[in-house]
Write a protein that binds this ligand. Structure first.
Ligand code: ADE
Length: 419
């Protein structure tokens, strides 16, 4: 079996951690059991480019239980858990192409290795796999039934492709499911981002000013958790509605240029470029920390940071590069400006990835069930899937809810009743 990972000897530790995560993934476990008896993916090749974590491992194992022939590469050069990659290769016989800290050519070589497998189903996180396939590996296109996309950034790219008429197979926007973005983006990103910042710096958050770039689902999770840790939180936005929500949620809102002067820690999660730009860096406090939790490492202008510095940054802790500016000020960049929650911590906890990856598994099955019937555009996950995932998750947490009485159903369906 071909693969490219850091070290197979890391496999035993990886297996323990995969099994640990599995205990938290009740919805995915149920799906794996159903897939195991129904084998819907028999003869189907799945090519995935996703963060290689214990949670992703459980998704791959569920697909494999359903009969799929699975291959996996990393969706970010810094997010791979090398012990998990080793365990997938050694114990589950899943070819993995991912090494934490791989350079950009290796990252792309690994994506191409997934495409060499001629997948029928694509699983993407950030749309690099889909985009590589369309741009330079078109000979693989004929095999593809469709794909699933995990993240907001990927869906933005896919919708742009669809609008251009460039998308050549249907894609399921898993991120747009309620059971994904309301939970994974908010509670997952919120907790894991603060976890990453704390693991990287060992800073006390209480009493510090944390500037959060954006107020989408990810950023609001970060703002909420930073506040919970005692930070004074400032939010920056470009959308008046989101800015208003941030204000009414109790946060200070101001332009980044003003926040830049006040912040101790900056975190971006907007999906756009240069949210922390040269002119912001120039006015930051000595010792300021800048981190990103958005999908790509474009949100902090790293080129400007380098240009403003006297020489190469000093690596002062494993995920902290300290830049000394020509003015003498020091600015600390975390995790090379890449997803800090996956670079310095372990990504979102399994209990929340359970719902996201249940959505992935069910979306992949939906593509198979509807083979040949879908158009080449971006589809949302059916609402029943959301209801089903939420119900199973609640049951796994031992939480019961009410059901409508007949009288209530009748009331909701009538238009005659009123004052
Ligand atoms: N994205 C964020 N957290 C993740 C995790 N734990 N596994 C896979 N993808 C993720």
């Amino acid at each position: 079996m071909d693969f490219d990972i850091k070290n197979v000897d890391l496999a035993p530790g990886g297996r323990h951690r995969i099994e640990w995560a599995e205990q938290e993934m009740a919805v995915l476990r149920g799906i794996r059991e159903t897939f195991g008896s129904e084998r819907p993916f028999a003869g189907v090749r799945v090519g995935a480019t996703m963060h290689v974590t214990t949670e992703t491992a459980n998704l791959m194992v569920a697909l494999q239980a359903g009969g799929a022939d699975v291959v996996l590469s990393a969706s970010n050069p810094l997010s791979t858990q090398d012990d998990v990659a080793a365990a997938l290769v050694s114990y589950y016989e899943i070819p993995v192409y991912a090494i934490k800290g791989e350079d950009t050519p290796t990252y792309h070589k690994h994506i191409n290795a997934v495409l060499d497998h001629k997948p029928h189903i694509i699983m993407d996180d950030g749309a690099d796999l889909v985009s590589t396939l369309h741009k330079s590996r078109r000979e693989v296109m004929g095999n593809v039934i469709g794909g699933t996309e995990e993240t907001t950034t990927g869906i933005v790219r896919l919708r742009a492709m669809a609008a251009d008429g460039a998308l050549e197979f249907p894609m399921m926007a898993v991120n747009d499911a309620m059971t994904k973005h309301l939970f994974d983006n908010r509670y997952g990103t919120g907790q894991s981002t603060m976890d990453g910042i704390i693991r990287a710096t060992n800073f006390l958050i209480a009493g510090r000013t944390v500037v959060v770039g954006g107020y989408g689902w990810c950023s609001r999770g970060i703002a909420m958790r930073a506040k919970g840790l005692g930070a004074n939180v400032i939010v920056t936005e470009i959308d008046p509605l989101k800015a208003l929500e941030a204000v009414m949620d109790g946060f200070r809102v101001m332009p980044m240029m003003k926040a830049a002067v006040e912040g101790d820690i900056f975190v971006t999660a907007t999906g756009d470029i240069s949210v922390v730009d040269r002119h912001h860096i120039e006015v930051m406090k000595d010792g300021a920390v800048v981190a990103n939790s958005g999908h790509f490492d474009v949100e902090i202008n790293k080129v400007a940071l380098r240009e403003l510095s006297v020489d190469e940054p000093k690596r002062v802790r494993p995920f902290v590069e300290q830049f000394t500016l020509k003015t003498g000020k020091k600015i600390n960049l975390l995790g090379e400006g890449r997803l800090i929650n996956l670079a310095a911590a372990e990504g979102h906890p399994a209990a929340v990835m359970d719902m996201s990856f249940a959505g992935q598994a069910m979306a992949a099955k939906y593509l198979l069930d509807n083979k040949g019937k879908l158009e080449n555009r971006v589809y949302t996950v059916p609402a029943e899937v959301d209801q089903q995932i939420a119900s199973i998750k609640l049951a796994s947490m031992g939480i019961q809810i009410d059901t409508l009485t007949e009288q209530q159903v009748k009331y909701l369906n009538s238009w005659e009743e009123g004052t």
